[in-house]
Design a protein around this ligand. Structure first.
Ligand SMILES: Cc1cc2nc3c(=O)[nH]c(=O)nc-3n(C[C@H](O)[C@H](O)[C@H](O)COP(=O)(O)O)c2cc1C
Length: 160
C-alpha cells in the first residue's frame, strides 16, 4: 500500500492542528497517512514513505531551528528520497511574515533530495503549499486537507 508521511514541528500547536487536517486529506484519498511529530520521526520513516509532507512554524521567515536540524540530519540518506512526492505547510504569526519563504525553504530541501514537489495552480492560493496565519481557521484547514488529498492522489497515480 502507498504511504504518505506528514511530519511537522510545532511549539504552540498551530502547525500541529494543520498537520492533523493534512493527514485527514491523505486518508480521504484512501492512502495510508502517517502523522509524526518531527522528534518522533526517524530517517527510516522518510525512506519508507512514497510521499512526504513537511510542516514547520515560520521563524524569521524560514523553518524553525528544530526543523532545520531535522532537515540537516537527512543528509545521511541522500539519494534515498529521490522521486518521492513532496509538499509543505507552515503557520506564521502575520500575513506577510515570511510564510511563503518558509514553504520555499522546505521545498528547496526536497529538491536537493531529488524529490518531486507538487504545486497548486488554483486561484484560491496555496500555490507553494498550505499556510495559516496564527491558529488555522476553517478556510486554512480546508487548504491543508486539500493538500493531503492532492499529494495522496498523485502518489497513487505514480504507483500505477
Ligand atoms: C522564534 C520565533 C520566530 C518567529 N518568527 C516569525 C516570523 O518571522 N514571521 C511570522 O509571521 N511569525 C513568526 N513567528 C510566529 C510563529 O510563526 C507563529 O506563532 C506560529 O503560528 C507558531 O506555530 P506553532 O503554533 O506551530 O508553533 C515566530 C515565532 C517564534 C517563536
Amino acid at each position: 500500500m502507498t504511504k504518505v508521511l506528514v511530519v511537522y514541528h510545532s511549539r504552540t500547536g498551530n502547525t500541529a492542528t494543520m498537520a492533523e487536517a493534512v493527514v485527514i486529506g491523505v486518508r480521504n484519498a484512501s492512502v495510508d497517512g502517517e502523522l509524526k511529530k518531527m522528534d518522533e520521526a526517524s530517517l527510516a520513516d522518510l525512506i519508507g514513505a512514497d510521499g512526504i509532507i513537511v510542516g514547520s512554524p515560520t521563524y524569521f521567515g524560514s523553518v524553525s531551528g528544530e526543523m532545520k536540524q531535522f532537515i540537516d540530519r537527512s543528509v545521511t540518506i541522500r539519494g534515498k528520497l529521490e522521486n518521492k512526492i513532496g509538499a509543505a505547510f507552515t503557520s506564521s504569526g502575520s500575513l506577510s511574515g515570511g510564510n511563503e519563504t518558509t514553504l520555499l525553504s522546505i521545498i528547496e530541501a526536497m529538491l536537493i533530495h531529488g524529490m518531486i514537489v507538487m504545486g497548486d495552480p488554483m486561484e484560491t492560493g496555496g500555490h507553494y503549499g498550505a499556510v495559516s496565519v496564527g491558529h488555522p481557521d476553517e478556510e486554512a484547514l480546508k487548504t491543508c486537507t486539500k493538500l493531503g488529498e492532492r499529494v495522496a492522489d498523485l502518489v497513487k497515480k505514480l504507483a500505477g
